[in-house]
Design a protein around this ligand. Sequence first.
Ligand SMILES: NC(=O)c1ccc[n+]([C@@H]2O[C@H](COP(=O)([O-])OP(=O)(O)OC[C@H]3O[C@@H](n4cnc5c(N)ncnc54)[C@H](O)[C@@H]3O)[C@@H](O)[C@H]2O)c1
Length: 269
Amino acid sequence: MSKVVVITGAARGIGLATARALKAKGATIVIGDIDEAAVKEAAESLGVTGLAVDVTSRESFTAFLDRAEEAAGPPDVVINNAGIMPIGPVTDESDADAHRCVDINLHGVMLGTKLALGRMLPRGSGHIINVASLAGVMFTPGLALYNASKAAVIAFTEATRLEVRDRGVHVSAVLPTFTNTDLVAGTSSPKGQRNCEPEDIAAAVVELIGRPRPQVVVPKKLGRQARLGALLPDRVRRAVARRYGLDKIFLEYDPEVRKAYDARIRTGS
Ligand SMILES: NC(=O)c1ccc[n+]([C@@H]2O[C@H](COP(=O)([O-])OP(=O)(O)OC[C@H]3O[C@@H](n4cnc5c(N)ncnc54)[C@H](O)[C@@H]3O)[C@@H](O)[C@H]2O)c1
């Protein structure tokens, strides 16, 4: 694959696994993250370019794309992957956490999409991939803020796709389920289900770049379940959620195990 791919939030987790998988396919990769020390270390170990970026800042994001282009050439693919997941009762959520979550998960994706389009539309080619979540279509107690931010990413991505579809630029959303990264620290998996690994999401992104589609759920079977689930009456949906423990997962988590993640998403490193 002879493409230049830029990935945000790729110092670790899904972004880093995606960088690794795409590099193995021959792509030229630039990774960015707010955690500068971690992104430099990850880039060095992977043999790719690693740069600091704060996706909430137009100035920082523009400088990041400029420097990425200097290092690797015009991006064929921009993956807006940076995201955070505050959890707990909505009544306990501070306004600061709410602003930060919307700023990174939604505004960061909107900004990244606009800045990428500014470079891709004049060329008449490119692919923007926004990492949303299955949490953008399946809603869960203790996850209201994250659910809302990811639902908005899905809506924004689809509307943007429809707007630019005839101008040579693909726009896609990726909706992963629970994936074993720091983001789910201290939470348990739904009963009887195994979390995805970051490599599973990376493989889906590699496939998506090869065959652009509007939306990809990982794993695929959960996309069908989510669509069917949305048709069920509320009473049945709640019973299913109880059956899998989804009514409690984000309310009864282990705050000690989650402490380091919570601190990182508030400070950036
Ligand atoms: N892990 C899951 O279960 C899961 C499921 C569905 C979707 N997702 C989404 O996948 C994406 C990656 O998450 P992950 O699980 O790899 O989490 P992660 O915490 O391992 O990685 C996220 C990265 O984003 C970076 N980041 C945070 N704020 C930033 C900012 N302002 N600017 C630049 N970078 C910033 C962090 O430093 C971190 O390195 C997120 O959008 C997340 O919402 C994750």
